[in-house]
Design a protein around this ligand. Structure first.
Ligand SMILES: Cc1cc2nc3c(=O)[nH]c(=O)nc-3n(C[C@H](O)[C@H](O)[C@H](O)COP(=O)(O)OP(=O)(O)OC[C@H]3O[C@@H](n4cnc5c(N)ncnc54)[C@H](O)[C@@H]3O)c2cc1C
Length: 450
């Protein structure tokens, strides 16, 4: 079996390729952390036929605003492009993954989220409609306001959809459940990681651009004292329409930055993106009431804040590569009630003597804990992570709330899935990809392989 690389420069070329029926893994910007791009040949190698790796990243990007001021995206548009285009038209989008060079259409495939999910909710709910190419290269439209089960080829499976939907309800408050939603037509493409079609276009809601302020709070290191962290966490829960993002960057995360670029030394940081129209109200009712000195709360310019957010995961990755270390990280989101338990669990990780850091979407109880182990420490980290996923399951939390399952997380997701989920995946694959040519090794065929 071999990998055959193909680059597509237009949607028409992708459509033509699909008519040829070759098993293909399509990618856009290759920033997924759950697809091992550096060893793709091995990762896709479990099947006994050639696999095409199809590059969609040079398809001409097109953007426009429709009559409702929704953003229409076609081709290889990145989140950075989309954000800049909207701002230049006085609008903004509600999704902002930290990696801005990732593709918007790929973002549907991974059901990507980001810091603004705190204030704006998930991308899933912002996608008004989308288009995709099916396994024979035909383009179809999907609409958020239409029920998926009412599509003609699915409407004899109502019971299956009802039962599946019931299991989804346990996770409806999370950004992403351990399995895709499957309520609206658009759900077919959201979080299914390219296993049911190639997404060619998306229409996303936008809102009028608002003036925002970025505030940083300096706190003690969470491992030593998390009381202030938890106070902030509780206080922001009812402020989602005024505070758009609440992110944590712990002291360890800051250490990848050159010392002169660190906004705080020996402390954790929580940053808040605040709609400036509410600043005074928030200061009076929330910030001034926190048990911390006023000088530990300071404003930072938006560009600087953005750079900082992007640099930390990137520099962490680079530092690990330099040292020949494989990051072992989490993408866990838990309920408000279990957030204290999650921090306590991570505290136990911090005591192992293996380098680590903690950052992420604090306000949503969704934090990335990253072990940076030497190769001889990898197996202990793996064991510890297995224990964590078990605990998250008992808390009814979501193990992979943002980065998806891809290939790397398949072994961990198994225990979260029941027969009904595999039945749904099988039905959808049989209807939309009967020859299993779309990302054949994805999670939807796990049931067939185990
Ligand atoms: C530093 C860093 C920070 C990150 N921060 C975030 C974050 O805040 N939030 C977040 O959600 N993720 C984050 N990620 C993960 C990653 O950026 C997202 O998963 C992103 O959506 C992947 O986009 P991509 O263009 O790189 O996709 P790729 O890696 O190219 O592909 C990812 C998946 O999407 C499928 N796919 C790609 N294009 C299409 C298409 N047109 N049609 C159908 N399927 C397609 C692929 O088959 C694959 O399964 C981060 C990653 C890094 C490295």
């Amino acid at each position: 079996m071999a990998i055959i690389n193909k680059t597509f420069s237009s949607t028409e070329e992708v459509s033509k390729h699909l008519t040829e029926g070759e098993a293909t893994f399509y990618h856009t910007s290759k920033t997924s952390t759950v697809v091992p791009y550096e060893i793709l040949e091995r990762a896709l190698g479990a099947i006994d036929k050639d696999v095409v790796v199809g590059d969609l990243s040079v398809i001409r990007p097109e953007m426009s605003l429709d009559a409702h001021k929704n953003l229409v995206v076609r081709g290889a548009v990145t989140w950075k492009d989309a954000k800049e285009f909207c701002l230049s038209n006085g609008r903004e989008i509600g999704t902002s993954p930290t990696e801005e060079l990732a593709g918007v259409l790929a973002g549907l495939a991974t059901s990507c989220t980001g810091e603004r999910a705190f204030g704006f909710g998930t991308l899933r709910n912002q996608v008004v409609s989308c288009k995709f190419l099916d396994h024979e290269g035909k383009e179809y439209d999907l609409f958020r306001d239409k029920k998926l089960v009412e599509l003609p080829f699915l409407n004899d499976s109502k019971e299956l959809f009802d039962e599946y939907g019931t299991t989804y309800k346990n996770y409806s408050l999370y950004k992403n459940a351990p399995f895709p939603r499957m309520e609206s037509e658009t759900d077919l493409m959201i979080g299914t990681e390219g296993q049911l079609g190639v997404i060619t276009e998306a229409t996303l809601e936008t809102t009028p651009a608002a003036d925002v302020i970025y505030l940083f709070l300096m706190l003690p290191k969470w491992e030593e004292d998390d009381r202030l962290h938890l106070e902030v966490f509780e206080a922001v829960q009812n402020l989602r329409n005024k505070v758009y993002a609440v992110e944590l960057i712990d002291e360890n995360s800051l250490q990848v930055l050159p010392i002169e670029e660190r906004p705080a030394v020996g402390k954790d940081l929580i940053f808040l993106e605040i709609n400036s129209a509410y600043f005074e109200e928030l200061y009076e009712n929330f910030l001034s009431k926190l048990d911390m000195p006023e000088e530990d709360i300071f404003e930072i310019a938006s560009q600087k804040c953005r750079e900082l957010r992007m640099k930390i995961p990137r520099l962490t990755f680079e530092q690990n590569s330099r040292m020949g270390v494989t990051k072992k990280g989490t993408d866990v989101q838990v309920s408000r009630e279990n957030f204290k338990d999650l921090l306590a669990y991570y505290r136990k990780f911090s005591e192992l003597g293996i380098p680590y850091n903690l950052f992420g979407h604090f306000g949503d109880a969704h934090l990335h804990f990253n072990f940076m182990p030497k190769s001889e420490e990898e197996s202990i980290c793996q064991k510890k992570l297995e224990g964590l996923y078990e605990a998250v399951r008992t808390w009814n939390g979501s193990p992979f709330a943002e980065h998806g399952i891809g290939i790397i997380k398949q072994k961990f997701i198994h225990s979260y899935l029941e027969e009904i989920h595999f039945k749904m995946f099988k039905l959808l694959k049989s209807k939309l990809d009967p020859k299993n040519v779309l990302f054949p090794q994805g999670f939807m065929t796990m049931g067939e392989r185990s």
